[in-house]
Design a protein around this ligand. Structure first.
Ligand code: SAM
Length: 260
């Protein structure tokens, strides 16, 4: 039997995809789907569909940092919008290999580096768009990560997503609370983070799950103004010099490498 060059190429892509699996990002690479049986459906395309118009359609000349890039879905999409530089970082070599393969086969020039969010101060570079999607709840120190992003790498836009649990209500935030007044803490809409000591959804890397009020309060407290919430868990924010407390930086680690 004669095998056509295109059939041969497709089976090579299938082989590589299989070799690099399992995939969390479902993407079509060389006509082959990476995670057709994903438990969340066509993920993250189904999520992206809800907020894709909230980002600049033309990203020519803009730079992007994708923290926790995984298989590279958002990095690839930003490059397709014309971003001049896209850097994806992740702690997991397995995912980084997938991302490099996805970019290569798609003919997109994207840098991928193994780097935890804790080390971003060492980049010495600020980016027009920082993507911080689906990582916060995997961290033992989530507020520190937001502080580091604000202090070291964000220049303008932050695209943020966190899993949220608990009430969707937002209680009015007071400037101060009386020591003996315990009631505010029992309000469903008070900012709350749920600590996962063992596992959530069979995953031991889930540590903290905020409610909606807490997500928004943390973003504000780290100096990000919420511009829109195009999807339940997704926020588009803008960097601001307004951070609390107003009389000094509250993020001191790692100070070296700050570019502002
Ligand atoms: C749920 S996935 C989200 C992937 C992608 N951002 C998205 O929204 O589809 C979380 C990703 O964060 C990465 N990650 C976990 N801890 C990290 C850390 N400390 N620094 C950077 N990436 C991290 C994981 O390896 C994984 O690829």
């Amino acid at each position: 039997m004669v095998v056509s060059p295109s059939a041969e190429k497709r089976s090579e892509v299938e082989r590589r995809i299989e070799e690099l699996g399992p995939w969390f990002h479902n993407m079509e690479l060389g006509g082959v789907r990476t995670a057709p049986e994903h438990f969340l459906g066509d993920y993250p395309a189904v999520k992206y569909a809800h907020f894709r118009t909230s980002l600049p359609a033309d990203m020519s000349g803009l730079t992007v940092l994708d923290i926790g890039c995984n298989g590279g879905f958002y990095s690839l999409e930003m490059k397709r919008r014309g971003a001049s530089r896209v850097l994806g970082i992740d702690t997991n070599d397995h995912y980084l290999q997938q991302a490099r393969f996805a970019a290569e086969i798609s003919g997109l020039e994207i840098d991928f580096e193994r780097m935890p969010v804790w080390d971003i101060g060492a980049l010495g570079e600020r980016f027009d768009l920082v993507i911080f999607m689906g990582v916060l709840y995997h961290l033992r120190h989530p507020l520190l990560a937001l502080d580091l992003i604000h202090e070291h790498v964000a220049k303008d836009l932050l695209l943020f997503q966190s899993m949220q649990r608990g009430s969707r209500e937002i209680a009015a935030i007071e400037e101060d609370y009386d020591f003996n007044g315990r009631a505010p803490f029992d309000e469903p809409g008070y900012p709350k983070m749920h600590f996962i000591e063992h596992r959530y959804s069979h995953d031991e890397t889930n540590w903290w799950v905020p409610n909606r009020a807490c997500t928004e309060a943390m973003l504000r407290s780290s100096g990000f103004l919420i511009e829109s919430q195009p999807e339940d868990e997704v926020y588009v924010c803008r960097w601001s010099s307004l951070v609390t407390p107003p009389d000094g930086p509250h993020c001191v680690y790692p100070k070296a490498g700050s570019t502002r």
